[in-house]
Write a new protein. Structure first.
Length: 266
């Protein structure tokens, strides 16, 4: 067990035991599974799936997996009942009797598809560039592209988004550019919405683990939560940090083994 993980467990054990309920939010790529050069490759491994099943079986605890992937894509890689799945950075949510699609993003699907198709044609001659249309957002992956081609890819993406006169913004990810509708919605808004609809006015504890720049919005939106940045980060809003996915898996195993009796429950 790493020093950071041991310190984290020592500090969060008491708040978790005292909470009436716990909402556990987990990013997918880079947090639960390694980031792959092929975005179609990652799948949840058996040990992690078993840990999530055990955690989800604890009555006081709810798991949400929140990702930039489309919600159908995200579910297909996990396929566990009893979880909430939040795709496209929280623009779409389903699970545990919750269903939500952000209306502005839904209304801009046709414009986004046209933008993605235009970019795919423009970048078709650039080896390693991949445009992925995800319904409510789009991703331009360049992990496999030659370093010399990356400035041109970035310029093409930003120019394409600009042609839609402010409907979309471009966010930087890890070897990816994300094209996202301009809305007031992000992972932080999604986490607050989920907590409100699950628990209404009762107070509990949120735990949020993520490695991506998009997770910073959730860290800021949940000031009372146990927020955990995964991986190296010179600047982060998270209160804690874990070094890698292996430490995340150890933390999940620890959570899965906790006793279900809660000192703070009525």
């Amino acid at each position: 067990m790493s020093r950071l993980l041991a310190q984290l467990i020592a500090e969060v054990k008491s708040p978790i035991q005292a909470a009436n309920w716990v909402s556990l939010f987990l990013d997918f790529d880079g947090t639960l599974v390694p980031i792959a050069s092929d975005p179609a490759a990652p799948r949840l491994d058996r040990d992690t799936a078993e840990a999530l099943k055990l955690i989800a079986g604890q009555e006081f605890l709810t798991i949400t997996v929140i990702s930039g992937r489309a919600v159908e894509d995200l579910f297909s890689r996990i396929r566990l009942d009893g979880l909430i799945y939040a795709g496209n950075y929280g623009l779409e949510i389903f699970g545990r009797n919750l269903r939500f699609v952000e209306p502005q993003a839904w209304a801009r699907r046709e414009e986004l598809q046209a933008l993605a198709e235009s970019l795919a044609a423009e970048l078709s001659e650039v080896p390693g560039a991949l445009v992925e249309y995800k319904g409510l957002t789009a991703s331009v992956h360049y992990r496999r592209a030659a370093p010399g081609d990356i400035p041109a890819i970035r310029a093409a993406v930003r120019a394409a988004a600009a042609r839609f006169h402010g409907l979309f913004r471009v966010n930087n990810g890890r070897k990816v550019l994300e094209i996202v509708p301009h809305t007031d919605w992000d992972k932080g808004a999604a986490a607050r919405w989920i907590n409100h609809h699950l628990h209404e006015e009762t107070r509990g504890l949120s735990i949020y683990l993520g490695d991506d720049t998009s997770d910073e919005a959730a860290f800021r939106a949940l000031p009372d939560a146990i927020t955990i940045k995964v991986g190296a980060a010179p600047v982060t809003c998270a209160r804690y940090q874990l070094p890698d996915i292996a430490a995340v898996h150890e933390f999940l195993l620890w959570l899965s083994a906790r006793e279900t009796s809660r000192t703070g429950r009525p």
